[in-house]
Design a protein around this ligand. Structure first.
Ligand code: AMP
Ligand code: ZN
Ligand code: FE
Ligand code: FE
Length: 286
């Protein structure tokens, strides 16, 4: 077996709402003693080439991936996709559509917030790198820069909360469509943090459809999953033969999550790699 040690399968760079460039993220993952990790920016693969080059240079293992925004009814559902073909036309078109609508949606939120707080669209653009997937975290950073919040956590608990009156949803495909897209591009889909509460764990009949479409696993070990959610996820993983992953969801200084705080067992990473055909991983040691 070539995969060993500690493997963290969910991290973000400045290509979305993390605070480190892909190369800096690789350096941080290496410094944290990880054997391998996955870069999973929201709705974008723009960080892959920089991360791959940096991983080859340091010898850390890398699984290029993405956290795809999907939506089921009113619930936002995040789907991790690993080792798919980043040039797959359907993936390219769908992520482009999501990123574009995220941009429009963030501008609409800032317009609303601007009626009550000193905040302009340029404040938000100043917080994001060129071409980054825009999200509420960038609005949070702009609110912090303007002195309206101390940190992202406070901004999310107040002005950016969906109940605060400024929230606007953005376009996202159904989770089932996301699973199909990732598999059709040779990738491996895993539901991200699906146990925030027991009530928010996907219903069994819907999960069965995702499994039929090729769902590989559930991100059970994640700080946002509740104890009740984890117990339910473990039951469902057993019932459907799903793999169990764990990860940090590191966002640099944007969140408290630390690299390697949760990890995925090496044999699960091995099977994930075996299940993929879109993009090869960078194995530890080059
Ligand atoms: P959005 O997808 O634009 O609605 O923003 C949601 C994203 O914000 C999530 O994917 C998280 O990465 C981030 N996020 C959510 N809650 C918080 C929080 N309390 N503090 C920092 N970041 C958060
Ligand atoms: Zn994020
Ligand atoms: Fe997420
Ligand atoms: Fe994430």
């Amino acid at each position: 077996m070539r995969v060993q040690g500690r493997n963290d399968l969910h991290t973000h760079s400045s290509v979305s709402d993390g605070t480190e460039t892909p190369a800096e993220l690789v350096a941080a993952a290496h410094a944290a003693g990880l054997s391998a990790f996955a870069i999973t920016d929201h709705d974008s693969t723009a960080g892959w080439s920089e991360a791959i080059a940096a991983a080859r240079a340091t010898g850390i293992g890398l699984l290029p991936g993405m956290e795809l925004s999907t939506r089921h009814g009113w619930s936002s559902v995040h789907l991790l996709g690993y080792l798919f073909d980043p040039a797959d036309p359907s993936i390219v078109a769908e992520t482009q559509r999501i990123r574009s609508d995220r941009f429009t949606r963030a501008a609409a939120m800032v317009e609303r917030i601007g009626h009550d707080y000193a905040l302009e669209w340029d404040d938000v653009l100043a917080q994001a790198t060129e071409g980054a997937t825009i999200g509420r975290p960038h609005i949070a950073d702009a609110l912090i820069a303007r002195g309206h919040a101390q940190d992202r956590g406070e901004a999310f608990a107040t002005i950016l909360h969906w109940r605060a009156g400024y929230f606007e949803p953005h376009y996202a495909p159904e989770p089932l469509e996301g699973v199909r897209l990732v598999r059709a591009a040779g990738g491996v889909p895993v539901l991200a943090h699906p146990g925030v509460s027991r009530e928010r764990v996907p219903a069994e009949d819907y999960l069965a459809k995702l499994v039929d479409a090729g769902l590989f696993g559930l991100e059970v070990r994640h700080r946002d999953n509740s104890d009740g959610g984890v117990r339910r996820l473990l039951e469902l993983a057993e019932k459907f033969g799903l793999e169990i992953t764990g990860s940090s969801d590191y966002h640099g200084t944007g969140k408290l999550n630390r690299l390697g705080e949760n990890t995925t067992a090496p044999d699960v990473v091995e099977r994930l790699i075996q299940s993929a055909s879109g993009t090869p991983p960078i194995l530890p040691g080059g």
